[in-house]
Ligand binder design. Structure first.
Ligand code: FEO
Length: 170
């Protein structure tokens, strides 16, 4: 059985991951309207990954007898004002999600819940990758975003991203 706090945080993380999907769909819409279809594609796929994260959290909770409760998903409330600003918001958001995963890990550790810690190891690693991707995009936009040809190439690079299912299975 999962300890109450661990179960609550797992359940909360389902909502947080679905919110992330919603936020990144909003980013995708922004870039689509800006004519940057590659960035729109990148964030649409990111939204799919976030949904996968939510489903993994939910399945793990259910597999271990936790109570799953779906809460309201908040409307993305960030004002999207520029190509670079949106990427910076993405990086800030990933850092926030990392802090949530770490809080969850800490709760599992205090409860000596080694199974949940092992499950969360994948998410800890994944957050490292997600923060790096977000930081790289910020760096590239700062370097190349003001030049039309370079931005075109950057957009083409983002257009090449394809969806792949998460490597974690339960
Ligand atoms: Fe599911 Fe981007 O963290």
């Amino acid at each position: 059985m999962l300890e109450t706090k661990v179960a609550q945080l797992l359940n909360q993380q389902v909502n947080k991951e679905l919110y992330s999907a919603y936020l990144y769909l909003d980013f995708s819409i922004y870039y689509d309207e800006e004519g940057l279809d590659g960035f729109a594609n990148w964030y649409k796929i990111q939204a799919q990954e976030e949904r996968d994260h939510a489903m993994l959290m939910l399945q793990y909770l259910q597999n271990n007898g936790g109570k799953a409760t779906l809460e309201t998903i908040a409307k993305p409330d960030k004002e999207l004002t520029g190509r670079l600003q949106v990427l910076e918001l993405g990086l800030e958001h990933e850092r926030y999600v990392t802090s949530l995963i770490h809080d969850l890990y800490e709760a599992a550790h205090s409860a000596k819940d080694f199974r949940t810690m092992q499950f969360l190891d994948w998410f800890v690693k994944e957050q490292g990758e997600e923060e790096k991707n977000a930081a790289d995009m910020v760096k590239k936009m700062k370097l190349f975003g003001d030049d039309a040809k370079s931005l075109y190439m950057l957009n083409s690079e983002m257009a090449g991203r394809t969806y792949s299912a998460p490597s974690l299975t339960l």
